[in-house]
Write a protein that binds this ligand. Structure first.
Ligand SMILES: [Zn+2]
Length: 230
């Protein structure tokens, strides 16, 4: 009898070159969540059984890298650009097996490059930046974590300003909260206060009272920290 492991191989078709390849995913029943941090980063009981490590599909043939959030269609002119700027420089590498945190970070960077060339929606790009920041946090690289949190915060702000975040599992309350929370983590207190107050001003109409409550708690904590520091 073969033992069922948390990992399995999934068949994926590359959105760019249409090559078929296999990549590791985690069976959902093995995923044990311990908690979420205040910026929604999921923390798992076993850090190896972490679906964040396996979000990005990397085509071994052409290098194009993507997640399930990517729009599946690529305009032909952009496909040519991807071939010239990414695939022509790609030497065959396979990220289909088990991944270390650093390997997973590399897959996110490839997805960021691919998504930028493909002109993916801002909210999708912001999600890639945020997850890269989370992975750097898990290995305690604060400098890179802050760099990617800044990219995520700026890109979520663009998505919010352009109202380009609907239908991506992101509500107005959640995106405003996330912008505020990232600003707070980056010690931009004035901006954080402004965005937390936007979340609180929407509390009557919000369908997400839990997020409004989180915003109230975080704002309170921020004020206490600020009072202690002055
Ligand atoms: Zn490909």
């Amino acid at each position: 009898m073969t033992e069922i492991t948390p990992f399995y191989q999934k068949n994926i078709e590359c959105l760019s070159c249409k090559n078929s390849f296999r990549t590791t995913k985690i069976r959902s029943r093995f995923i044990k969540l311990r908690c979420h941090e205040t910026d929604f980063r999921p923390v798992y009981q076993d850090e190896k059984i972490n679906p964040l490590l396996y979000n990005v599909n990397v085509c071994p043939a052409c290098g194009f890298s993507f997640t399930d959030d990517f729009n599946r269609y690529i305009v032909p002119a952009i496909k040519t650009e991807i071939q010239e700027k990414l695939s022509a420089q790609w030497t065959e590498q396979n990220f289909g097996g088990n991944r270390s945190t650093l390997e997973a970070i590399n897959t996110y960077k490839l997805a960021i490059l691919s998504g930028t060339l493909k002109r993916e929606k801002s909210v999708t790009m912001a999600g890639l930046y945020l997850r890269t920041a989370w992975l750097y946090r898990s290995i305690e690289n604060e400098e890179q974590e802050n760099r990617f949190m800044t990219l995520a915060m700026n890109t979520y702000t663009t998505a919010y300003t352009n109202e380009d975040f609907t239908g991506m599992g992101m509500s107005e309350t959640k995106i405003l909260y996330l912008i505020a929370e990232l600003q707070l983590r980056l010690q931009k207190y004035r901006e954080a206060a402004s965005y937390f107050s936007k979340v609180l001003s929407k509390q009557k109409n919000s369908l997400e009272p839990r997020i409004v409550e989180m915003a109230r708690d975080r704002w309170q904590e921020m004020r206490e920290d600020y009072r202690k520091a002055t």
